[in-house]
Design a protein around this ligand. Structure first.
Ligand SMILES: *Cc1c(COP(=O)(O)O)cnc(C)c1O
Length: 361
């Protein structure tokens, strides 16, 4: 049987090793997973408390329209309800965008390295992928504009960028959106929005008023701590949302995901705590890097891309045998580096001392 032309050259997503696998392989009792930028503190305690009531009605399909959550998010962001689309993680919305806008003969522009799912789904659809290398972890927006032509359908701005952690500031974004041709959909992926502290990180929702060719992606997987329930959303013009809705699966977001997101969104005090804790611990890890002559990309997120004097694959193996799971940069397109989620303070103390040992051996 023959697949679509694009499929045979692609590989399934390779997740990092699971906690159980690592425990078994290395005969360890405790593992700290710092590989996927999940919230190491978990979700708001209110979520845990309220989910206990959720066992009713699970025989029913979820509300495909996600009405309650939609109402709440539209109030929260001050946008119309029909400017929102929900997905099984923002991953699913990336997929919907590619399915809706890309095909053979079109192209799409993105940074490199950036979130790999953009390229993956664009390739599935047969589109040409144009990658512009980051500079010191930053999107090179001028170059990205130069790569855009009449066949470009989608440009991806990941801000803060995964895996480098750097963001696009307000001035840079203003310039980009003014210069970007109107036939190109600008996707702004803000998966780490809640972690950013800098004053010149733009609030992008108000841009939607003047820019019909823009969609902003957010997720409940990172700061909100709900990665396991798979829920994220897109905010854009009603036209974009209507098109995406035509290809959305009828019941794509689970009932429990919708419910957990609703509860989590209410507890903004918790998100603020997470933001502060994360920034404080990230600074400690940054200080360690400086003291040990390890370069890192400037990050406003809950992870850090650390450059290493040797292979990231090798260092990750060493860390693994000490109970720490990280993501080697080689798997993300950056040689001799690793991406480390900022864990809890005590765990990061232990992590840095283990890393110091790994680098001496
Ligand atoms: C984690 C992540 C996502 C997707 O997360 P979901 O769990 O699918 O919502 C999207 N973009 C970036 C840059 C991410 O790091």
């Amino acid at each position: 049987m023959r697949t679509k032309q694009s499929i045979p050259a692609l590989k399934p997503y390779q997740p990092g090793k699971s906690i159980d696998e690592v425990k078994k392989e290395h005969n360890l009792s405790r593992i700290v997973k710092l590989a996927s930028n999940e919230n190491v503190y978990g979700p708001s305690p209110h979520v845990i408390e309220k989910l206990g009531n959720f066992a009713q009605e699970i025989q029913l399909y979820p509300d495909g329209y996600a009405e309650k959550l939609r109402e709440r998010v539209s109030e929260y962001l001050q946008v119309d309800m029909d400017q929102l689309i929900f997905g099984a993680g923002s991953d699913e919305i990336v997929q919907m965008i590619c399915r809706t806008y890309l095909e053979a003969g079109t192209n799409t522009v993105m940074a490199h390295p950036t979130f790999p799912q953009y390229k993956h789904h664009a390739t599935v659809e047969g589109a040409e992928v144009r990658e512009v290398p980051v500079k010191d972890g930053h999107h090179q927006l001028e170059k990205m504009l130069q790569y855009i032509d009449e066949n470009t359908r989608v440009v991806w701005l990941c801000t803060p960028n995964n895996p480098t952690g750097s963001y696009i500031n307000e001035q840079e974004l203003n310039h980009f959106v003014q210069e970007c041709p109107k036939h190109v959909l600008i996707v702004i992926d803000e998966a780490y929005y809640e972690f950013v502290m800098s004053g010149d990180y733009p609030e992008t929702i108000p841009y939607l008023k003047d820019h019909e060719n823009m969609i902003i992606l957010r997720t409940f997987s990172k700061a909100y701590g709900l990665a396991g329930y798979r829920i994220g959303y897109g905010v854009g013009s009603t036209d974009i949302i209507r098109y995406l809705n035509t290809i959305r699966g009828p019941f794509n977001v689970s009932s429990i995901g919708q419910y957990a997101a609703l509860v989590a969104l209410e507890d903004q005090d918790y998100i603020e705590q997470i933001r502060q804790l994360n920034a404080k611990t990230r600074k400690q890890v940054e200080r360690f890097c400086k003291e040990n002559d390890l370069a890192y990309d400037q990050s406003e997120t809950n992870f850090l891309l650390i450059h290493l004097p040797k292979s990231g694959l090798e260092v990750s193996e060493q860390l693994l045998s000490n109970g720490f799971i990280v993501r080697p940069g080689e798997l993300l397109g950056v040689e001799q580096s690793m991406r480390v989620t900022i864990g809890k303070e005590e765990d990061m103390k232990e992590f840095t001392s283990v890393l110091q040992n790994c680098l001496q051996n």
